[in-house]
Write a protein that binds this ligand. Structure first.
Ligand SMILES: [Zn+2]
Length: 965
């Protein structure tokens, strides 16, 4: 459908937020079937030149220039059009063959719009212009090209009008016009009755010299509400409404000329005008987001509109029900709520997704602002007594006796949410609860900001000679970091940072022990009172305040500690049950973990010549041992996992397991050329949609994740709208010589996220807030994802996922075996580390501390946990909790154990597939029916029993990860 060439275009200005250019150019691109990226760029006065150079340097083809840079742009161009030279300004730059060409297209845009309106004849007659600013100046050469009889320019400051007309006089010979020119102040008398009046004034003032405009055309170079004043004045003097127009068409017209300069195409402005005048496409009815029309200000407006609609309409509906004007039923009340929620969440999810995958200043600003508004909205909703009382009344109606399980569960969940947000408390306690909630939100932001700052503030500039052992790609990345920081072309200097890829590469591969020590110390003491940045970003006070406030909130609700409160919505029943679960796993794993440690230590001593080991040696030695035991060259193995093959294999696995086919649909527009849309079909019927976006790129958040785009949803008319999900990874993109290839770890990650997506997409639940992963207990959400990982290590499956990218040959058996064998390398040590984190989290949140002075000393809590489950030595200055964002700034407080908890379930379920065959369709069908399709309606425990027909067994996990007693 698209020409494959990508045109990178944009508009630069200050301010730039409200420019409609991106929207217009994307419509042109669709009309012409071109692949275009067009974004807004904000620049400070001083950085304009650098911004433009950088844009072109990074592959940009063309830029529009708006205020205040039009004359600066002139100076930047190597070559100028005659128009641009005359008016002394540039609104369009094109980069080709190393040269920048500048032009101004405003005049042609105006003329093309006047032609579209059928007014062009008037340009040969009497023209009256209002305003002598840059906008008016830039259209003058094209107006004079029509050789009008008279041209009168009026301006609030008369001298400016006179000066401009004097300049125009000088163009007479070059442009060949014979027009009578005149200039004056706004109150000048007007000699000839104007045939057309064009205003370019930013603030319009009436012209006393004009009496009757019945036969004149009236045009404003401004558009939208900024043209209102002038156009209503004209109509008051008799101008016909059909003879009055704002400058939107000129905006589109000048854009079309720019577009033509860059792409040599001539888009039809009429088509685009009618699309633009239509309402906001994001407010229309769509199933898949209209990603080809991405315009941040429109999406922003759509979120705001939907939010207000929801607030007003739902409140109104509740009042009508309360007043007896509308009967209280599921449809009148809950479905109305769900419908409004769907309208809001589908536009919000688009904005939030775009901010993660192709962020820019504008998106981030809109995202941050709206996120705050939405969170206030939901907090307020959970404090609305009418909402709560209507749910209570609904559950007491006779109809409620016949409610489906999903309907009953919805009511129960909402009432629990009300309780947990303090709605059942007496007013004064409610207020205290809300204040604590607000403080906690702020504290967690302060915590994560401090961790982020601490992570970014530290670096080590070092020669690559000191980095022996590290993979070439990591060294290249470190060199690039140095280059960026110093603007230097030094071949050897590198910058190490505390960001995960840099940190992990050093710890695992860097042969230089001193370098490892330095990086380890900086990382382990981030945001604390120790280490190289001691005290600079210390989060201790935030942690203490968070613990105290969480404890206070729990007390208000009648729980004895925060851990109990946190478990109210989870699978696990009591904190003790969790502690026992973790302690038991630790007891079973510790002997093997000790053996693994000894193995590392003797290997280090005997084969690497270490006399003693420090904390910063273990990961490095682990890699060396792994290399020796498995001799697995991950770069070589990668050649057998081309991304397209892996994806085909994943689709095949899904089909074999669940009978659901995945078909890429290239006709669906996406937000980036890397992203693809996939239809999930069951017996030919679309049951879900999936955007897959696999490659790392600029302006995309790192890591891998799944997100919801839309919930499965029944409309008021009773139609089922299938759910849609996003699956995002960050694998290396293709290069000129090689297609995109995945490491086996990346394959596992892809399957993990696919498991989350399937949970969302295979839902059969009609109530949105319980559909897919919605309403699933927090400690059970990772079951389907961890389960899917199992397929990546099966000898039946790996051949489906792999083939050499150039020879097409199968992965050698030897390598296949090594992948499977290496899976459980040092798994007990890994297990103990996770258990340590989980036990620390749970123990910490079991303390009751309602006074600042009672805040537990979290370091001694950690030390105590380590006494029991620690296996590898840790220096006393280690300050891991100070950067433990999962529990202090994420959603994992008294919930970190959920990873292991879910893993036990996943491994036990997978044991059933190992027994019956990993492609056993009956089993797959049953997994879908009894688990994945159930959403949050049925408790996970019950899903498990229904699927397995027995109690949970811990031993499946131990077997799966190869831990033996
Ligand atoms: Zn996950």
């Amino acid at each position: 459908m698209f020409d494959s060439k990508l045109y990178k275009l944009g508009v630069i200005g200050n301010p730039i937020k409200h420019s409609r250019s991106p929207e217009i150019h994307r419509l042109f691109a669709i009309e012409e079937g071109l692949h275009v990226e067009y974004d807004r760029y904000y620049a400070e006065e001083s950085e304009f030149e650098t911004c433009v150079q950088r844009f072109f340097h990074n592959g940009g083809t063309g830029l529009n220039i708006t205020l205040p840079f039009k004359s600066k742009a002139l100076a930047l161009a190597h070559e100028l059009s005659a128009r641009a030279q005359l008016v002394g300004a540039v609104n369009t730059l094109k980069f080709a063959d190393g040269q920048i060409f500048g032009d101004t297209t405003d005049g042609q845009g105006l003329v093309s719009d006047l032609e579209r309106l059928g007014w062009a004849d008037s340009l040969g007659k009497n023209i009256l212009l209002i305003g002598a600013g840059g906008a008016m100046r830039s259209v003058l050469p094209d107006l004079l090209g029509f050789n009008p009889q008279t041209l009168t320019l009026l301006n609030r400051t008369e001298s400016k009008a006179i000066d401009l007309i004097k300049e125009v006089e000088a163009w007479r010979e070059q442009l060949g016009f014979t027009t009578k020119l005149s200039a004056g102040a706004l109150d000048s008398s007007i000699d000839s009755q104007p045939d057309i009046i064009i205003s370019g004034a930013s603030q319009f003032q009436a012209l006393p010299g004009c009496k009757d405009l019945a036969s004149a055309y009236c045009y404003d170079l401004n558009y939208g509400s900024r043209a209102d004043q002038y156009l209503s004045w004209a109509q008051a003097l008799g101008a016909k409404p059909e003879n009055c127009s704002d400058g939107l068409g000129m905006l589109v017209g000048q854009a079309a000329v720019s577009f033509g300069i860059w792409t040599e195409k001539k888009p039809d402005i009429g088509v685009v005008m009618s699309l633009l005048k239509d309402s906001n496409p994001w407010l229309e009815d769509w199933w898949q987001p209209p990603f080809h029309l991405v315009d941040v200000s429109q999406i922003n407006d759509a979120v705001v509109t939907r939010l207000h609609e929801k607030e007003e309409q739902f409140q109104q509906r509740m009042q009508d029900i309360e007043a007896g004007k509308v009967p209280l039923t599921w449809d009148s009340f809950v479905r109305c709520y769900e419908e409004l929620n769907d309208q809001l969440s589908r536009v919000w999810s688009v904005l939030s997704h775009l901010n993660s995958v192709r962020s820019n200043e504008e998106l981030r600003e809109a995202y941050n602002r709206l996120q705050l508004e939405l969170s206030e909205h939901y907090t307020k909703e959970m404090q609305n007594p009418l909402f709560k009382s209507l749910i209570e009344k609904l559950t007491a109606t006779r109809a409620a006796e016949r409610f489906s399980d999903a309907q009953k569960k919805w009511c129960a969940n909402k009432l629990l949410d009300f309780k947990l947000s303090g709605a059942d408390l007496v007013l004064s306690d409610q207020e205290e609860f809300a204040a604590l909630e607000k403080d906690l939100a702020q504290l967690s932001t302060q915590f994560s900001d401090a961790v982020l700052d601490a992570t970014e503030a530290w670096f080590l500039d070092i020669s690559d000679l000191e980095l022996k052992g590290m993979p070439v790609s990591s060294i290249d990345a470190a060199r690039e970091e140095y280059r960026k920081a110093h603007d230097s072309k030094d071949e050897h200097m590198c910058r190490l940072t505390l960001k995960a890829p840099s940190y992990l590469a050093v710890m695992r591969f860097c042969a230089n022990r001193e370098v490892r020590e330095q990086v380890y110390e900086a990382y382990a003491t981030r945001a604390s009172d120790k280490g190289p940045q001691a005290g600079r970003f210390d989060t201790t006070q935030f942690i203490e305040a968070i613990l105290v406030k969480r404890s206070k909130q729990s007390s208000l609700l009648g729980y004895s500690n925060f851990a109990e409160y946190s478990l109210a919505t989870k699978m696990a029943d009591t904190p003790q049950q969790v502690i026992d679960f973790l302690a038991n796993l630790a007891k079973l794993s510790k002997p093997q973990a000790e053996r693994e440690r000894q193995e590392l230590e003797s290997f280090a001593k005997n084969e690497l010549g270490f006399s003693s080991l420090e904390a910063w040696d273990y990961a490095y030695i682990g890699e060396k041992l792994k290399e020796k035991q498995f001799d697995l060259d991950s770069e070589k193995v990668r050649e057998y996992f081309p991304t397209t093959q892996v994806l085909d294999g994943l689709f095949e696995v899904i089909h074999k397991l669940f009978g659901v086919s995945c078909e890429i649909d290239r006709s669906v527009p996406t937000y980036h050329e890397d992203a693809q849309f996939v239809n999930l079909k069951n017996e030919g019927e679309i049951v879900g949609g999936l955007y897959i976006d696999l490659y790392a790129r600029d302006r995309k958040r790192g890591g891998a994740w799944m997100d919801e785009c839309r919930q499965r949803h029944i409309t008021r008319e009773g139609t089922v709208l299938p759910p849609i999900a996003y699956l995002v990874c960050n694998s290396s993109p293709a290069t000129e010589s090689m297609p995109s290839l995945m490491t086996h770890d990346e394959v596992v990650t892809l399957f993990h996220e696919a498991g989350h997506c399937l949970h969302h997409l295979l839902s059969n639940v009609d109530v949105a807030e319980l559909s897919g992963i919605q309403g699933v207990e927090w400690d059970a959400v990772e079951v389907p994802s961890q389960l899917m990982e199992g397929w990546c290590y099966r000898p039946e499956v790996i051949p489906m996922l792999s083939k050499h990218y150039s020879t097409g040959q199968a992965l050698p058996q030897e390598d296949l075996d090594k992948i499977i064998d290496a899976k459980n390398f040092q798994s007990a040590l890994g297990m103990m580390k996770q258990l340590e984190y989980a036990l620390f989290d749970m123990s910490l949140h079991q303390s009751k501390c309602n006074q600042e002075s009672d805040a537990p000393n979290f370091i001694s809590v950690l030390d105590k946990v380590r006494d029991d489950v620690g296996v590898l030595p840790v220096p006393s200055w280690h300050r891991f909790p100070n950067a433990f964002s999962h529990i202090f700034a994420g959603g994992y407080a008294a919930g970190y154990y959920g990873y292991k908890w879910a893993e036990v379930y996943a491994a036990d379920v997978f044991s059933e597939f190992k027994r019956a065959g990993v492609f056993n369709l009956t089993l797959g069908q049953s997994l879908k029916d009894e688990w994945l399709s159930q959403g949050g309606v049925r408790a996970t425990k019950d899903n498990f029993t229904a699927f397995m027909g027995r109690e949970l067994q811990l031993k499946s996990l131990l077997e799966d990860v190869g831990i033996q007693d």
